[in-house]
Structures are given as C-alpha cells and as structure tokens.
Ligand binder design. Structure first.
Ligand SMILES: Cc1cc2nc3c(=O)[nH]c(=O)nc-3n(C[C@H](O)[C@H](O)[C@H](O)COP(=O)(O)OP(=O)(O)OC[C@H]3O[C@@H](n4cnc5c(N)ncnc54)[C@H](O)[C@@H]3O)c2cc1C
Length: 381
C-alpha cells in the first residue's frame, strides 16, 4: 500500500494554521512546525473580510469568530483636519447579504487562538524552529535548532516575512524598509474622552493616516494603527516603543477624533512597514511558499493575513485538484491562481489608496477561493 505524502507546514501563524486545518480536513497527512513555545495572544487588531470568512466557514470557526469580533456598519474615510466623511463603504448587513459572509474586526490574538485550536493536537509541534532544509529530490530533511530532524515529502513555507524556506529557495535577503512606520496601540474605550468613535474609520492626510476600529464584539477595546513617513529604520529591530509625545508630534493639528485617542493611549509601539518585490518563483522541487513568506506587503489594505489565508485555501484546493503524485503540477496550478491577485493587493497596499474614495471593493471582498474558476498555468503566463 502506498503511504500518503507527508506534508510539513513551517510556521503556525495565520496562514500556516489555516493551511494545516484545511489539509487535515481534506484528508492529507500534515504536520505543522512552529518555533514559538506555545500559543500567545500576540498582535493587535485585524480586519477579517468576507473573502476570509469563506475560509473560516470551511474550517468551522466562523460562528465563534462572529461572536468574538466587532461588525462595523461602514468603513468611513475621514479628512484629517475637518473630520468630513470622504468615503463611506457599506459593511455590516450589506456584507452579509451582498458577499454571503460577514466583515469583522477582531484582536489578532483571539483570531489566531481560534485557528490554532482548530488544529488536532497531534498535527501541531511547538518549539520547533527550522534551521536548515535539505531537499534531496526524493525527500526533504528538515533540521531544527533543538538538533532534531524530520522527513517530509512536501514542505510549505508559511514562516512569515523572514522565511527560512524563502532563504533556501532564493538566498538570504532582508525585506525592504518602505520609509514608513506604523504606530500601534490597543486600549479600553472607557479611557477615551470627548469623542464618539465610528466602528471603523481611517483618518487621512496626504502623507500619513490613522486607522481606528474596535477589536471586540462588546466594543470595549479600541485599536489604532498608523502609517507615518520616517526616513530610516534600524533593521536589527522588529519594533521599538513609541510615546504619546511622539504621537502628538506626528499628528499635530489633526482632528479631535485623533487627539482623543492619543490622549487615551496607554502604551504605543512603532513598527517598520516592510515589503519585498514580487518573487521570481513561489516553489521549487518539493518546497512551496504562502503568505508573507512570498508576498509581504504594507498593511494598508488590511489584507496581508487575508492573502496568506486565501493562499492556504487555494494551495489545498490545487493539491486536491492535481493530486500530489505530480506535486510540481499542483504547485504550478497554485501559483497560476494566486500570483496575480496577491500582486494586485500588494500594489494597492503599497500605494495606500484603498477605500480613500467611494470605490467598489467587490473584487477584493467578493472573492470566493473555493469557487473561483481555476486558470491553467499556461493561460496565466
Ligand atoms: C501594522 C500591521 C497591521 C496589519 N493589519 C492587518 C489586517 O488588518 N488584516 C490583515 O489581513 N493583515 C494585516 N497585517 C498583515 C498580517 O499581519 C500578515 O500579513 C500576516 O500575519 C501574514 O501571515 P503569515 O501566516 O504569512 O505569517 P505570520 O503570521 O508572520 O506567521 C509566520 C509564523 O511562522 C513562524 N516561524 C517563522 N520562522 C520560523 C522558523 N524558522 N521555524 C518555525 N516557525 C517559524 C512564526 O513564529 C509565525 O508563527 C498587518 C501587518 C502589520 C505589520
């Protein structure tokens, strides 16, 4: 009897956890290796659009997510100084009826916890930091920093922006600093004085912005993330502490809605916004990548995790469609059906134009990874 191919997923972040669940549900022999010692409620806010909720429905955590997150009625874009509404994009009930799935904002940690819990425990290994990959042609040897090794037939690199799998395929190279930082803070709404916030607002000026939304269904925790130009970044640091004074200087003269949040800030951190140019390949031999490992982007469409999760679902769909006897064909089908969309989202995110005006977001939110017609690799060139 033939053994089913052993699939190793590297990284149990949002993309890797989704891939592992979906592979397990589809009957594949999968195991995910995560460097962290266990689950931790990391990160802050994240948008989960209908395009992602389609995947969460398949994984079986859509109801739990719906009761955890906040369901904004609209995405408001507002002028930095006057507060005037410059765009108003319907979400809420409209998203449910128009796209068939909801739109919500949630704490990334709460979302991640639901995804990790959906993975059967025997499929998940924590404390496994991949240090070296040896693709021998007929099998891949995975080496971990604890000295252990594992064999796999297929390796999925879901190991984020500094991916070891990407380094193996393309050589070590730091991501590019975009010249922008993001300040991030989450705190109780009860500490915000003198302003009634919408459920989801992006405040815009010509060179910077602040995105604001609730991260719980109870609307008791509010989150902001900015995009602010800053010439240089020390790439040895993944983030640094910021302060109310720095925020006041960066948003001097901005509307009271923004000032009310800065005044209420308890702790604020500053992150570099990083990206990579589109990669020349997404797979080689027995290795394939998804998410930030192959297309990290500025967060300005709030779709980075969404692209990782859509990638995961499409990869599993292509494994089922093409079979794993010829994994190169499955990988090619996957790339053919993901590269254009991920590249488009990467570009719009880079340009930071998303929903600044009353544009139609259907191409993004209306995407259904399980039902979109597949294009063949030859047709996509
Ligand atoms: C400020 C900011 C705001 C954002 N807001 C949003 C948003 O609203 N919506 C959205 O969709 N996206 C958002 N994003 C983007 C999103 O966070 C990422 O795009 C997303 O997390 C990528 O998922 P991933 O699974 O590819 O990688 P990650 O989530 O980074 O996961 C990678 C995993 O691999 C593990 N790993 C790494 N190296 C190894 C190794 N050698 N061995 C084993 N394990 C390893 C890591 O520990 C981690 O668990 C935002 C990003 C930023 C910076």
């Amino acid at each position: 009897m033939q053994k089913s191919p052993r699939i190793a997923v590297i990284g149990a972040g949002l993309g890797g956890a989704a891939a592992t669940s979906l592979l397990d549900k589809a009957g594949f022999n999968v195991r995910v290796y995560e460097q962290a010692p266990g689950f931790a409620r990391l990160g802050a806010g994240i948008h989960v659009g209908p395009n992602v909720m389609k995947v969460m429905e398949r994984i079986g955590i859509a109801d739990a997510l719906n009761s955890t997150g906040c369901h904004p009625d609209y995405w408001y874009s507002r002028d930095w100084k006057t507060g005037e509404v410059i765009a108003q994009i319907p979400l809420g009930d409209y998203a449910l009826s128009h796209y068939g799935s909801s739109y919500l904002t949630v704490h990334r940690g709460d979302f991640h916890e639901l995804l990790v819990k959906a993975i059967p425990s025997d499929r998940l290994a924590f404390n496994k930091k991949l240090s070296k990959i040896d693709d021998r042609g007929d099998v891949v040897m995975l080496h971990f920093t604890d000295g252990s090794t594992e064999e796999a037939d297929i390796v999925i690199g879901a190991d984020g922006i500094n991916s070891k799998v990407r380094d193996t395929l393309l050589g070590e190279a730091l991501p590019k600093y975009t010249g922008y930082v993001g300040h991030r803070a989450v705190f109780p709404i009860s500490s915000v004085r003198d302003f009634q916030h919408d459920m989801c607002t992006k405040w815009w000026s010509d060179d910077r912005h602040m995105m604001v939304y609730f991260v719980t269904g109870k609307k008791d925790e509010i989150y902001y993330v900015t995009g602010v130009p800053e010439e240089t970044w020390d790439m040895s640091k993944s983030w640094v502490p910021s302060s109310k004074d720095e925020m006041r200087a960066a948003f001097d003269g901005w509307h009271q809605g923004v000032q009310s949040l800065i005044d209420a800030t308890q702790e604020v951190t500053k992150w570099p916004l990083l990206e990579r140019d589109p990669l020349p390949l997404w797979s080689r031999g027995r290795l394939v990548m998804l998410g930030d490992a192959c297309h990290p982007m500025k967060p300005h469409m709030a779709q980075g995790a969404a692209m990782a999760i859509e990638d995961a679902a499409m990869l599993v769909r292509c494994f089922s469609e093409a079979g794993l006897d010829d994994h190169a064909a499955a990988f090619a089908l996957y790339e053919a059906n993901r590269a254009e969309r991920a590249g488009r989202v990467q570009l719009v995110s880079h340009n930071n134009t998303w929903l600044r005006t009353n544009e139609n977001p259907d191409w993004c939110f209306g995407y259904d990874v399980f039902n979109v017609p597949l294009v063949s690799p030859a047709a996509s060139v």
